[in-house]
Write a protein of this length. Structure first.
Length: 252
């Protein structure tokens, strides 16, 4: 899987939390058991942002298992929750990891996964009889204010880059939510989706800067033809404190 730093995850966590669907969280909470402890599996848990968001919104008591391939990130999660350092390519093949889980969840993960990985995920969740909640998946949309001439070309290059292998096979990228919805529906799940767009205000200046820098790097790295790197990076260099950028994530 792609590597993320703890600093990046910390920087994005407040915007992630503000963007998530409270309705879908309530709906999932309503169908979880209340007569026993809830076993929850968090895939690609990182530093624990997903559990920090959900723990206070789901029935108690809870038993979480946080899974990530990066031990350094997991070490920053609360020691109140169990964790396991494991590559997600192998995790999704381990039926015992899913067994008995009332809920399987992840945040900002599905767009990094391949068709084969999603199929395995659906199979494990169905075998376990688990409810699922997957949040903040990139769906290929970007809106900028003010607009610049390179925006459309950069978006297309970033979306092509999103479909490359991130460690879980050729990624579904912007198509991940639609494909996951189809697979879960075919497996007998009732699927609901709701937008969870990032809306980056002037207060998110540093997040805007790092996000656009990452987009520019991805765009330049993906194309095989000469590009105007100065133009590709212009948004990163010139993000003003008063500017606003919107980074829509896909529906949950």
């Amino acid at each position: 899987m792609s590597d993320f730093t703890a600093d990046w995850l910390d920087l994005r966590e407040p915007v992630d939390s503000a963007s998530r669907s409270t309705r879908l969280t309530r709906d999932v909470a309503a169908i979880l058991p209340r007569y026993r402890a809830i076993d929850i599996l968090d895939l690609g848990a990182g530093t624990g942002a997903n559990v920090r968001y959900l723990a206070g919104k789901l029935p108690l008591p809870q038993r979480w298992m946080l899974v990530d391939r990066d031990e350094r990130l997991l070490s920053r999660a609360s020691k109140a929750w169990a964790s396991r350092c494991l590559d997600l390519q192998h995790a999704v093949l381990d039926a015992s990891l899913f067994s008995g889980r009332a809920l399987v969840t992840a945040s900002a993960l599905l767009d990094l996964a391949s068709e084969a990985w999603l199929q395995a995920l659906v199979a494990r969740c169905r075998e376990a009889g688990a409810a699922v909640l997957f949040a903040l998946t990139y769906d290929g949309r970007m809106d900028f204010a003010p607009a610049e001439l390179e925006d459309e070309a950069m978006c297309e290059l970033v979306n092509q880059h999103q479909r490359t292998d991130k460690g879980l096979g050729p990624a579904e990228g912007p198509a991940a939510v639609a494909r996951a919805s189809e697979l879960f529906t075919a497996a007998g799940y009732y699927v609901e989706r709701e937008a969870s767009d990032w809306e980056l205000t002037p207060e998110s200046h540093e997040l805007q800067r790092q996000l656009i820098a990452g987009w520019a790097d991805a765009a330049v790295a993906h194309t095989r033809v000469p590009v105007n790197t100065a133009a590709a990076n212009s948004r990163c260099i010139n993000v003003p404190p008063s500017g606003t950028r919107a980074y829509p994530a896909s529906p949950e």
